[in-house]
Design a protein around this ligand. Sequence first.
Ligand code: S3P
Length: 169
Amino acid sequence: MMNIVLTGFMGTGKTAVGRELARLLSMRLVDIDSEIEAERDMKITDIFENYGEPYFRDLETRMIVRFAQEKNVIISTGGGAVLRDENMAALRTNGIVFCLYAAPETILLRTGRSDDRPLLNVEDPLAKIRELLGRRMPFYEKAGVMIDTEEKTPLQVAEEIAAIVRCKK
Ligand code: S3P
């Protein structure tokens, strides 16, 4: 079985959908951000604060390349993973890539409850979401199969993805 890779902006539900998919398909879920936090024993926010974003991006690439070599896993990536071709090339070798999306207002609602996203820890997070989304959209659109998550539960999104994966087998 190929890996199932979940990409998409922050707050599009990658982790929640990944959990449902793992349950539905009896596959292991690897969350790249959680793996980085466990390896460094540090929260992502603290890594950004202490070492800066470029350092985090290198850790992210290293972790992605490592897990992309496995088979039969669900890989949930951080929202910026699509920005490096190297990440996407590695993820595509053994995997089918999906890109989850939602409107900026929905993303704000879904991310609003936590302060563990350093890039959105700003005075006007909605403006920041719009700016980042605008800049990144070309990368998301070419990342993989686009999945609309608006007004759907993580389980509904997971079922949609599972159906596509079954067709491709
Ligand atoms: C980031 C998204 C975050 C995390 C980091 C940077 C981004 O992951 O990797 O804060 O650049 O979009 P989630 O998409 O899981 O929130």
